[in-house]
Design a protein around this ligand. Structure first.
Ligand code: AHR
Length: 481
């Protein structure tokens, strides 16, 4: 296959927020995954485990969404402030019916964002919360003056307000967030967002409305028509399934057909974004409203013996393929898609990191995010393709004169040869890394945490200013030029 890199012109910029993450009070994501408490033997800063923070910093994690998910529409933020030991214990009814002690609340979330150096995306409660509650939360977090909520924040130890870059007005309001019809939610959105005030002139809050589930085009139509002028970002949720919702398939030891069915399900993202964007274009031709894919990733069966409500699944080289092809789809649509948040960061669904007490491992998906980080804020470069090959996905961006090429070969047997040419210039100084599976469920375990890891990639040559890359089966490769 030939791919000419059209580097004389560039397209839109791939926002760094496309490489965003999501952490919900679900299973062992927040508790154990991020939060171990100050008294833990696990090295921590104010109760937040440092091994996980350091690993995520290597990804240049740009934004973290919290506290849910479905949990967001049951979360009452005042339960999570003040002295930890005095905080109310509640039942996490969505996720396993376990006790939520609220030790991780607003202050702890912002401590985490500060440690990670990332932007905060806070998801508010519309399903079971009031307008007043939402208004007061925003005031508590962001107001820098004399006010009841700002004073309470100061009494709780935080003098300066935080910056809330993104605020979500409800989550999955068509489902776990209240089972609403789009007309009703559009009206509620208009009302609630009115009180999401931007108190900081230099940091206006970007308001996110609950958007459609997968192919619910009617939802998008109604939201854009009835509330579009009040929305900065509209969400889209799509999870990759190897079969269907009722029949979640195993994360490891799966048959060959499920290698392909999962990746094909992930690729549906392209169609969903395209069709939702067409509707958005009708109401917003200037692309002022962004599409925010704030939940995506593989949703597979939980690991045997674990709580079904905790959504703890293994992560293999197949998930790395899902990540790579999906991130390439986001690149392609970066003029409309300005943020995406893979679900979820630690110990839940398609995680970057798995933990077991004091141990931590990086999943194959982690390595894709690490290898692709050079794409963050890069200008998308078009590729003119000839003799397209199946099971191959490519993307190219440029930042500070450096071009980053990423390729994913999700064939199980075939090596693919890609011959790149440059529209302008010559190939020089190439550094390449690969993530290569030796079997289709290759994965890392706590006894063998480095089974699947990034290695130097050398199977490329330059001949007559053609860069020839030989992509082994089940591989993701990045080249920086
Ligand atoms: O990510 C797990 C759950 O999936 C979220 O809580 C919800 O928003 C979605 O249905």
């Amino acid at each position: 296959m030939k791919a000419k890199i059209l580097n004389s012109k560039s397209k839109s910029v791939v926002s760094k927020h496309i490489y965003g993450h999501f952490a919900e009070h679900l299973g062992r994501c927040i508790y154990e995954g991020f939060w171990v408490g100050e008294e833990s033997q696990i090295p921590n800063h104010k109760g937040i485990r440092l091994d996980v923070v350091n690993a995520l910093k290597e990804l240049k994690i740009p934004v973290l969404r919290w506290p849910g998910g479905c949990f967001a529409d049951e979360y009452h933020w005042k339960d999570g402030i003040g002295p930890q030991k005095e905080r109310k214990k509640i039942v996490n009814t969505h996720w396993g019916g376990v006790v939520e002690n609220n030790h991780f609340g607003t202050h702890e979330f912002f401590d985490l964002c500060e440690l990670l150096g990332c932007d905060a995306y806070v998801n508010g409660n519309v399903g079971s919360g009031t307008v007043q509650e939402m208004q007061e939360w925003v005031e508590y977090m962001t107001f820098d003056g004399e006010s009841p909520m700002a004073n309470e924040r100061k009494q709780n130890g935080r003098e300066q307000p935080w910056k809330v870059k993104f605020f979500g007005v409800g989550n999955e309001s068509w489902g776990c967030g209240g089972n609403m019809r789009p007309e009703y939610y559009a009206d509620l959105y208009r009302r609630y967002q009115t009180y999401v005030r931007s108190y900081q002139a230099d940091a206006p809050i970007y308001k996110i409305a609950c958007g459609p589930n997968v192919d619910d085009y009617h939802w998008t139509e109604v939201l854009m028509r009835n509330a579009g002028s009040f929305i900065d970002g509209l969400t889209l949720h799509h999870y990759a399934l190897a079969s269907n919702w009722e029949n979640k398939r195993p994360a490891t030891k799966f048959p060959k057909e499920e290698w392909f069915s999962l990746i094909e399900s992930a690729q549906k993202m392209d169609e969903f974004i395209t069709k939702h964007s067409e509707i958005m274009d009708k109401y917003d031709p200037e692309k002022k409203v962004n599409l925010i894919v704030d939940e995506w990733g593989s949703w597979l069966a939980v690991e045997p013996g674990t709580n079904p409500g905790f959504l703890y699944q293994q992560n293999t080289i197949r998930d790395a393929m899902v990540a790579a092809v999906t991130l390439h789809i986001f690149h392609k649509h970066c003029a409309r898609v300005s943020m995406a948040n893979i679900a979820q960061t630690v110990n839940v669904l398609q995680a970057m990191i798995l933990t077991e007490e004091q141990n931590m491992l990086k999943t194959p998906t982690y390595h894709v995010f690490e290898m692709f980080k050079a794409h963050q804020e890069g200008e998308l470069l078009e590729l003119a393709i000839e003799n397209e090959l199946p099971h191959l996905s490519l993307s190219a961006t440029r930042k500070n004169e450096m071009i980053t090429l990423s390729l994913c070969n999700y064939s199980l047997e075939d090596t693919k040869r890609v011959a790149y040419t440059l529209e302008e210039g010559v190939f020089t100084k190439i550094e390449a890394f690969g993530l290569i599976g030796d079997q289709m469920d290759a994965h890392n375990t706590f006894t063998r945490p480095e089974q699947v890891r990034k290695t130097k990639f050398t199977d490329f040559t330059i001949e007559d200013n053609q860069l020839i890359v030989n992509m082994p089966p089940m591989s993701v490769v990045t080249l920086s030029l």
